[in-house]
Ligand binder design. Structure first.
Ligand SMILES: *[C@@H]1O[C@H](CO)[C@@H](O)[C@H](O)[C@H]1NC(C)=O
Ligand SMILES: *[C@@H]1O[C@H](CO)[C@@H](O)[C@H](O)[C@H]1NC(C)=O
Ligand SMILES: *[C@@H]1O[C@H](CO)[C@@H](O)[C@H](O)[C@H]1NC(C)=O
Ligand SMILES: [Zn+2]
Length: 451
């Protein structure tokens, strides 16, 4: 009788086990969905599961948001995201992100200080697979590309509007991500790939303009991007060494400018940065695109600290609101930092908020808003991540006298006047670069096996 009871208890435990442990293996899309639904159901206080759309074959693109107000944006709390598996056969990222979810939820419930502080200070959105269809059709090869594309045979990381090379017809998951970026003001993000071990930062493309410096395509926020990439590579067990995959050319510090590595058009990170004011980094997290399942525990522990440290960088710089002459937060005020001429200037969102990731130092801000005097202020910016908050600063504008009319708005690149949904064809580049792009495509074709 007693043995029977024990047996029953044992069976019950076996049945329930998956609900509190996440095993180290490759979960199917179905299993992953069930895991996310279970986490959402058992932690309604800190998680919110939503879908941003469907793949070509109709699979949901699930996002789990984590934070103490998981259902909505809170003024002053930055939005962060991780995206994995946009190349269906680059699969470590989706495993890492599921374990990250597991770690965050468990550590928060154990009242671990870092987890409590993190989930109180940032809302973290996790899209473990952007290409579930590709994952279904991929094989376990380390190098080749079976499963890389979506179900229409399109490379999603070549499918975004490109500020240097113009427009493409967007695929289903691409459109879903683009409207996701419009629904939330993401401040910082990374997308996880495989086939190399390096943190690559924008730009990925160029049209031979001023951005080209010594073979790199350099953004106005290059110092911040290099820092962000290094936070990942130096918190990773070996990425910072730069030659772990026996590449021909080592990556200094385990980081690289995207274009300098190899140029590509239509990438997701440039799109995030140029159109969505979101600093996005591409993390290549494994030499093998589909590592053997037995290696997953070690790969998780090599990446865990880096994944967490990178999220904390969302607290770099300055954040706050722009208030008009009557003290009301205003949308679309332009908040510029001297010396950083962003292709599309950063603007306040619908909450009147801006977030500006900056390294510690002194910066001169210029705030421009229709009907108000141009405001210039110099701020001394401390290092925010250790305190789990960027410096807070609101800009208070003064209305101009009725007769002088509106304050001048800085001329902005024409690509910014379009909604990101319908970018200007040709963008800043125009058609003159077509020949150049064609020439580059040979190089790209040689390198696409890698990322
Ligand atoms: C997540 O959990 C909440 C609370 O239990 C529930 O209302 C909601 O429907 C769940 N979301 C999904 C997508 O199942
Ligand atoms: C959680 O930890 C904090 C400080 O570490 C402590 O003050 C608090 O009482 C703890 N709460 C619970 C429920 O254990
Ligand atoms: C915006 O225009 C003002 C006035 O012409 C100029 O001083 C400022 O430098 C411009 N901002 C940028 C980022 O170039
Ligand atoms: Zn990739």
């Amino acid at each position: 009788m007693r043995t029977l009871l024990f047996l029953l208890l044992f069976l019950l435990l076996l049945l329930l086990a998956p609900s509190w442990t996440l095993d180290f293996r490759y979960h199917s899309n179905r299993e992953m969905e069930q895991y996310l639904l279970r986490v959402n159901a058992s932690h309604p206080d800190i998680t919110h599961l939503y879908s941003i759309g469907r793949s070509v074959r109709g699979q949901q693109l699930w996002v789990l948001a984590l934070g103490v107000t998981p259902h909505r944006h809170t003024v002053g709390i930055p939005e962060f995201k991780y995206v994995a598996n946009m190349h269906g056969n680059e699969v470590l990222g989706r495993v890492l992100l599921l374990h990250l979810i597991d770690d965050l939820v468990r550590s928060f419930n154990n009242n671990e200080t870092w987890a409590v502080r993190l989930l109180h200070s940032v809302r973290i959105h996790i899209l473990p697979t952007m290409n579930p269809d590709g994952f279904d059709s991929s094989n376990t090869d380390c190098v080749y590309s079976q499963g890389r594309y979506n179900a229409n045979g399109v490379d999603l990381n070549r499918n975004f509007p490109d500020a240097f090379a113009g427009l493409k017809r967007q695929q289903e998951p691409t459109r879903a991500v683009m409207s996701w970026l419009q629904s939330e003001t993401f401040v910082l993000s990374a997308n996880l790939h495989g086939g190399a071990l390096v943190a690559s930062y924008p730009y990925d493309n160029s049209n031979g303009g001023q951005e080209l410096v010594g073979g790199a395509s350099v953004t106005p926020d290059d110092d911040v991007f290099v820092h962000l990439a290094k936070v990942y590579s130096f918190n990773h067990a070996s990425m910072h060494r730069g030659d772990e995959c026996q590449e021909g050319r080592p990556f200094q510090g385990g980081v690289t400018n995207g274009y300098h590595w190899y140029p590509l058009a239509g990438g997701m990170q440039d799109y995030n940065y140029v159109w969505a004011q979101c600093l996005d980094v591409t993390l290549e997290v494994s030499c093998c695109k589909f590592p053997p399942a037995a290696e997953l525990p070690a790969l998780w522990s090599e990446n865990r600290k880096a994944l967490l440290a990178f999220i904390q960088q969302v607290h770099l710089g300055v954040k706050g609101r722009v208030l008009d002459g009557s003290g009301t937060p205003v949308q679309n005020a332009v908040v510029e930092v001297r010396g950083r001429r962003n292709m599309c200037p950063f603007r306040t969102d619908r909450h009147g908020e801006y977030y500006r990731l900056l390294l510690p130092g002194k910066y001169s801000f210029t705030v421009t808003y229709l009907g108000h005097e141009v405001l210039t202020e110099t701020l001394s910016v401390p290092h925010g991540p250790d305190d789990y908050s960027a410096m807070r600063h609101d800009f208070l504008l003064r209305r101009v006298a009725v007769t002088t009319g509106a304050a001048p708005q800085n001329a902005t690149s024409s690509i910014c006047n379009q909604t990101p949904q319908e970018p200007a064809c040709g963008g800043a580049a125009g058609h003159t670069v077509a020949a150049r792009i064609t020439a580059l495509s040979l190089l790209v074709a040689l390198r696409w096996l890698i990322d």
